[in-house]
Design a protein around this ligand. Structure first.
Ligand code: ADP
Length: 198
C-alpha cells in the first residue's frame, strides 16, 4: 500500500479529523442530580444503546474518578470543586478525541456546574437534570448512604446537610420518579442522536 493513501495520518489529528475517523460528533453528556436519582443507571444504559449504534463512548463516574485521579479528594466544598474541575478537564480531553463522554456526578451547585460549562464549553455540553424527589431517592437508598447520613455517619451529604440547587437551564430534565429507565433512556437518546450523528 502506498504511503500516501492516508495523508490524514501524516499530521497530528484535530478534533474534526478524529470525529471524521470515528464517524461521530463528540459531546459531553453531564448528568446532575441527587444520589439515587438514577444518573449511573441512565449513563450505563445510554452508553450501551449508543455502542450498539456504533458510537464510541466513555463513562466518567465516581467508580473510575474518585478511585483514581481524584482519590485524594473528599467531600468538603473545596474538594468538591476540585473534583469537578479535574473531571471537566478530563472530559475535555475525551471531547478533543471525538468521543461521547457521559458523566454522572451529583454536581450540586450552579457554581460547580458553571465551572464545568466554562472549562468544557457550553456548546460541547449536554446537561441532563436527573430529577427525583429526595423522598424517592432516600427510599431507594441503594447504597445505604441516606441511612448513614441521617444517622450522622456521613457529613455534608447532598440533600440532607449539603444543598442541591436545581439546574436553571438544563438541556433535558428526566423525571425518574414518574418514568421508568427505558422511557428515560429513549428520551435522552432521541435528544442526543441529532447532536452526535456525523
Ligand atoms: P445515582 O447514580 O443517581 O446515584 P443510581 O443510578 O445508582 O443513582 O440508582 C438509581 C436507582 O433508581 C436504581 O436502583 C434504578 O434502578 C432506580 N430507578 C428507578 N427508576 C429509574 C429511572 N427512571 N431512571 C434511572 N434509575 C431508576
Amino acid at each position: 500500500m502506498s504511503k500516501n493513501i492516508h495523508p490524514v495520518f501524516d499530521k497530528v489529528l484535530s478534533r474534526e479529523d478524529k470525529e471524521k475517523l470515528l464517524n461521530q460528533h463528540a459531546i459531553v453528556v453531564w448528568m446532575t442530580g441527587l444520589s439515587g436519582a438514577g444518573k449511573t443507571t441512565i449513563a450505563s444504559n445510554i452508553a450501551k444503546q449508543l455502542n450498539k449504534l456504533g458510537y464510541l463512548t466513555q463513562i466518567l463516574d465516581g467508580d473510575n474518578i474518585r478511585t483514581g485521579i481524584n482519590n485524594n479528594l473528599g467531600f468538603s466544598e473545596v474538594d468538591r470543586y476540585e473534583n469537578i474541575r479535574r473531571i471537566s478537564e478530563v472530559s475535555k480531553l475525551f471531547l478533543d478525541c471525538g468521543i461521547v463522554c457521559i458523566n454522572s456526578f451529583i454536581s450540586p451547585t450552579n457554581e460547580i456546574r458553571n465551572m464545568a460549562k466554562e472549562i468544557i464549553g457550553e456548546d460541547n455540553l449536554f446537561e441532563v437534570f436527573v430529577d427525583s424527589p429526595i423522598e424517592v431517592c432516600e427510599q431507594r437508598d441503594i447504597k445505604g448512604l441516606y441511612k448513614k447520613a441521617r444517622a450522622g455517619k456521613i457529613k455534608n451529604f447532598t440533600g440532607i446537610d449539603s444543598p442541591f440547587e436545581i439546574p436553571s437551564n438544563p438541556s433535558l430534565v428526566l423525571n425518574t420518579a414518574d418514568k421508568n429507565v427505558e422511557v428515560c433512556v429513549q428520551e435522552l437518546l432521541e435528544k442526543l442522536l441529532p447532536r452526535i450523528k456525523y
